[in-house]
Ligand binder design. Structure first.
Ligand SMILES: *[C@@H]1O[C@H](CO)[C@@H](O)[C@H](O)[C@H]1NC(C)=O
Ligand SMILES: *[C@@H]1O[C@H](CO)[C@@H](O)[C@H](O)[C@H]1NC(C)=O
Length: 360
């Protein structure tokens, strides 16, 4: 293992300059030269399959996880002005090519339309998400899905939508949150939604942590568990949540977390082979008392550990690891405005650390 990684590092070091240019020169979206037509000018004149860069080219830093947690669809954080400005900054300052939407609580068509327009304006791909939420009313997700399909059928937005939407995330930690009346109800709705999407060619996934012993993973976490076995065939790609953050008993500080990623990717490669892989959520809080505690007394919730954590993920050494497993990763989250403490950008608009993910 160590030897293989060393060999990969040497190879990566010599080949990286060429590889960067190669990927950027490909005629595909969103890592290459392909450009979305201006809004109102229809869809690219090619098949969806021919449009998207292949999973082989999907590795390293993709962009940010972007919360949209205001249920008021006309609230400022749901506006084109705000979303477009944020997408622009993601791209200009950090080189993002994709945006992963998190917890969208506006349940009408306006949000999907706005995301398409902002994606086009910045030539970026978007991963929309159907979100359950923690309200008593657990049927709200259906409003989001109805609105989503209305946009896919809209004469202005529908034709271009499959060229902006990379894939649909059916829930964020839906298994962990036991949404939709339980696992079987969720799996049935996932299956139906996947079939509904097929005419549009848009792949489906769920954003989840597969490290759930006895459920998605087996009790000893060496193979898939009973729910994982049922869900695996319905996953067109993987949107993973490796969260050493919530294992503070094993990984008390950020500098100890890397082995968890090695274990996680090995588990995925062995048990869910052949699927395109994204890490849509992994996180660290830069101060205590933010949106999410680690538990176990919250060790390491500080800017020092936050910086160490993201330096591990963005380092050029580990870029070879992401490339080896063909993993594209996102920072959860873009700023602190809706997930306090987790954002790469603080409430004054300053980047919390030197963040310039290595290219590989
Ligand atoms: C999904 O639905 C199809 C058609 O109804 C059915 O044949 C298949 O077994 C279902 N798959 C899962 C994993 O539930
Ligand atoms: C990271 O967290 C640990 C545990 O709380 C702490 O001892 C250490 O000083 C922190 N490291 C930095 C660089 O802040």
């Amino acid at each position: 293992m160590v030897l293989r990684i060393l060999a990969a590092l040497v190879l990566a070091a010599t080949a990286s300059a060429a590889a960067i240019t190669e990927r950027a020169q490909l005629d595909c979206f969103p890592f290459g030269t392909a450009k979305l037509p201006k809004f109102g000018h229809g869809a690219p004149k090619r098949t969806r399959e021919d449009w998207w860069c292949s999973a082989e080219h999907q590795y390293g830093f993709m962009g940010f996880s972007y919360p949209l947690e205001d249920d008021d669809c006309s609230g400022p954080s749901n506006s084109f002005t705000q979303i477009n400005a944020d997408f622009k900054r993601m791209k200009k300052e950090f080189g993002s090519t994709m945006v992963r939407i998190y917890a969208p609580q506006c349940r009408d068509a306006t949000i999907w339309k706005t995301l398409i327009r902002a994606g086009i304006a910045n030539n970026m791909a978007v991963i929309p998400q159907i979100w359950w939420g923690f309200e008593d009313n657990q049927d709200l997700w259906m409003l989001s899905r109805t609105a989503f399909f209305s946009v896919l059928n809209d004469p202005l937005y529908g034709p271009v939508a499959p060229y902006v939407f990379h894939s649909l995330a059916f829930g964020s930690e839906p298994i962990g949150d036991f949404v939709d009346g339980g696992y079987d109800g969720f799996i049935a709705d996932l299956n139906i939604t996947r079939q509904m999407l097929q005419p549009y060619g848009i792949p489906i996934s769920m954003s989840e942590d597969w490290d759930r012993a006895g459920i998605l993973a087996s009790d000893d976490r060496t193979s898939l568990g009973p729910v994982g076995i049922k869900i695996a065939p319905l996953m067109d790609n993987l949107q993973l949540h490796p969260m050493p953050y919530y294992h503070a008993n094993i990984y008390p500080s950020a500098d100890t977390t890397w082995p968890y990623f090695e274990w996680y990717m090995d588990f995925i490669a062995r048990n869910l082979p052949g699927k395109p892989i994204l890490i849509t959520e992994t996180q660290w809080a830069s101060f205590e008392g933010g949106a999410h505690d680690r538990g176990w007394g919250n060790p390491g919730e500080d800017i020092g550990n936050f910086t160490i954590f993201w330096n591990l993920i963005q380092s050029s050494d580990h870029c070879a690891f992401w490339k080896k497993y063909r993993v594209g990763w996102f920072v959860h989250t873009f700023d602190d405005s809706q997930e306090s403490g987790l954002g790469m950008i603080d409430d004054d608009g300053n980047v919390k650390m030197k963040f310039a993910p290595a290219k590989c």
